[in-house]
Design a protein around this ligand. Structure first.
Ligand code: GAR
Length: 194
C-alpha cells in the first residue's frame, strides 16, 4: 500500500503483451480522486508491445520478462513485485498463461479481463467465434485468475449486443469501450472487499 496525498492506494502491476489500451485506461482511472489504486509497475512478455510506451509517458517502471524460461525468471519477478509492494496484478491483454507456481507464490490477487461473457468463449478469437455462432450478445468479463484458462471467479461482466452488420473489428471495438469502463470498476470493487 502507498500513501498519496494522505490517501491509501493499493499498488497494482499491469501485465501486457500488446497495444495496452486497458493499461492506459487503468493508469488514467488511477488518477481519479476516488480511485483506490495506483499503477506502480508494468510487465510485458513482449519487448515490442506498443503499450510499453505508457511506462515512459506516465513515468512508471517497466520490465520485460521472458515467461518461457519459467522457474528462475518467475522467482526474480516475484521478488520485484514484493520490492514494489504490489498487492494486485491486472492482466490486460496479456497473452501468456501464468504458471501454477507463480499464481500460488504471488501473495495477492490476480485479475484478468477477457473479451467474452465467460464461462462462454474462453481462449482466443472470441469475437470471430461469437459472430460465427450467431450469438445475440457478447461482452467482457473481469475475473480472478486461477490455474485454469479464463476460469476463475467472475467479478463483473458487461453485455454487448451483437449487430447484424458486425464484423470482428466493429464488435471488438464496442466490447473494448465496455472493457475500459469495467476494469477499473472491478478493481475498485475487489479493493473494497480486501
Ligand atoms: C482486450 O480486448 C482484452 O480483453 C483481450 O486482449 C485485448 C487487449 O487490448 N484479452 C484477451 O483476449 C485475453 N485472453 P489492449 O492491449 O488494448 O488492452
Amino acid at each position: 500500500m502507498t500513501k498519496l496525498n494522505g490517501i491509501k492506494k493499493i499498488n497494482v502491476a499491469v501485465f501486457i503483451s500488446g497495444k495496452g489500451s486497458n493499461l492506459e485506461n487503468l493508469i488514467k482511472s488511477a488518477k481519479n480522486k476516488n480511485s483506490k489504486f495506483k499503477i506502480s509497475l508494468i510487465i510485458s512478455n513482449n519487448s515490442k508491445a506498443l503499450g510499453l510506451k505508457f511506462a515512459k509517458k506516465f513515468n512508471i517502471k517497466k520490465k520485460i520478462v521472458n515467461f518461457t524460461k519459467t522457474k528462475l525468471i518467475e522467482k526474480n519477478l516475484l521478488m520485484d513485485l514484493k520490492k514494489k509492494n504490489i498487492n494486485i496484478i491486472c492482466l490486460a491483454g496479456f497473452m501468456k498463461i501464468l504458471s501454477k507456481n507463480f499464481i500460488k507464490r504471488f501473495n495477492g490477487k490476480i485479475l484478468n479481463i477477457h473479451p467474452s461473457l465467460l464461462p462462454k468463449y474462453k481462449g482466443l478469437n472470441t469475437h470471430l467465434r461469437v459472430i460465427l455462432n450467431k450469438e445475440r450478445y457478447s461482452g467482457c468479463t473481469v475475473h480472478f485468475v486461477n490455474s485454469k484458462l479464463d476460469s476463475g471467479k467472475i467479478i463483473l461482466q458487461k453485455k454487448v449486443k451483437i449487430l447484424k452488420k458486425d464484423t470482428v473489428k466493429s464488435l471488438a471495438a464496442r466490447v473494448l469501450i465496455q472493457e475500459h469502463a469495467l476494469y477499473p470498476k472491478a478493481l475498485n470493487k475487489i479493493i473494497n472487499d480486501l
